[in-house]
Design a protein around this ligand. Structure first.
Ligand code: CU
Length: 62
């Protein structure tokens, strides 16, 4: 699934987002693109769970 995360601005954001997702699902496959501010994710978790965790981490998505 794909997420738009407007707060992505640097590699630190990518690290924080990756750690947040990995805490939910250690098996998740994640890629984040700074330029387009998009995250692509393969996970067994549902979308709402991911959105809530990202919002708590300071990266609200839509
Ligand atoms: Cu950053």
């Amino acid at each position: 699934m794909e997420f738009d995360i407007p707060a992505i601005s640097c590699s630190h954001c990518i690290k924080a987002i990756t750690e947040t997702v990995k805490a939910l699902d250690p098996e998740a496959k994640i890629s984040v693109d700074i330029a387009s501010k998009k995250m692509t994710l393969e996970t067994s978790k549902d979308r709402l769970t991911v959105v809530e965790a990202l919002t708590e981490a300071g990266y609200p998505t839509c």
